[in-house]
Design a protein around this ligand. Sequence first.
Ligand code: 5CA
Ligand code: ZN
Length: 410
Amino acid sequence: MDAWPDCAVPDLPGAGGPLRLYDTATGSVRETAPSHTARMYVCGITPYDATHLGHAATYLAFDLVQRVWRDAGHKVHYVQNVTDVDDPLLERAAHTGEDWRSLAEREIQLFREDMTALRVLPPDEYIGAVEAMPEITDAIAQLRKDGNAYGVDEDIYFPVSAAPRFGSESNYDRETMLSLFGERGGDPDRTGKRDPLDSLLWRGRRAGEPHWDSPMGAGRPGWHIECSVIALNRLGMAFDVQGGGSDLIFPHHEHSAAHAEALTGTAPFATHYVHSGMIGLDGEKMSKSRGNLVLVSKLRAAHIDPMAVRLALLDGHYRADREWTGGRLPAAEARLLRWRAAAALPAAPPADGLLIEVREFLADDLDTIAAMAAVDRWVAAALESSAADGDADAPRLVVNLVDALLGVAL
Ligand code: 5CA
Ligand code: ZN
């Protein structure tokens, strides 16, 4: 399906260095080592409700990954999915009486508008589960043929016993896996499964549910195989970053990796598993199911500058779980005003050192807090300096670096 419009990224003098990112699988900050084209897959939305600040924060984190790679001279092949058929979407549609397709279409369109307003660079390939159905059914048929799938009544499951590396992405112990599996869409208690952690690959046709024909009979796919197949068929194995929020560490990314590794007989699925922290409100994870949402579209409708929203979300480390509080927006708006005032000066202190600093901070596991503090220091000096002894090129360089590296238009 169509993504959203591209957003020009200014060229900066010189080039940034290699990006170091925290990898969940090894529990360490490691250098990413893409070849000429860096390959990234980020799990997309389930479009049953509008984009909230938690989603936005996650997509902003991976937007910075792309920006830092580009600044280091890489091309980026970025793929994102849309889970446009799954239980939460069908449940919401059934609840409101709306057709599931029109609900999905409307929320995807709103998401595109939110991402455009926040200046998030679009994926090169934006793929819905529904449009990927033939490749997904082929993959499940392949798993079955290879003995890596079994039936329970009308459904097909993936046995974790077919995945020797199962657990190497999350590193969770079995007890933790079992409790998270139950909380996050799994069915540990289903009778007939060989192991409670085995995951659904294909759900046989149920009355009143959408279904597609396949070699396994009519039905619809499980969640994890969708991302395995969409990523694998476009990026190949051992791609550079598999990304999403930390709520996807288990079971989603563990099972997606396990499916792909079983399909290809090679490993790893990705060389870095990168997870953003959860944005909370009033002490709880912001989530559609909890209903405690601050929506990007609502902020836009209230004429809040999306660049202030962007600054507010970047003013926290992407990996940290953090609270959205009422004070964040006014602080970001004030900061944006100061940055814009300095950027509009006819001349200002040289900014070459600032460029080096921002590059270094971002390359260090996306330390946006330090990068923004460095911009603050330059802005303070610029607003205090007199134009007479300033550098006439400096404000333009700062506008470009803040745009290219932080995605903020001044
Ligand atoms: N469609 C699946 C992924 S294949 C899904 O998780 N969809 S979602 O709409 O629930 O979430 C979209 C992305 O936002 C995921 O990467 C998820 O980890 C992230 N996310 C969800 N809630 C939050 C939150 N409160 N804070 C930060 N990120 C969040
Ligand atoms: Zn996914």
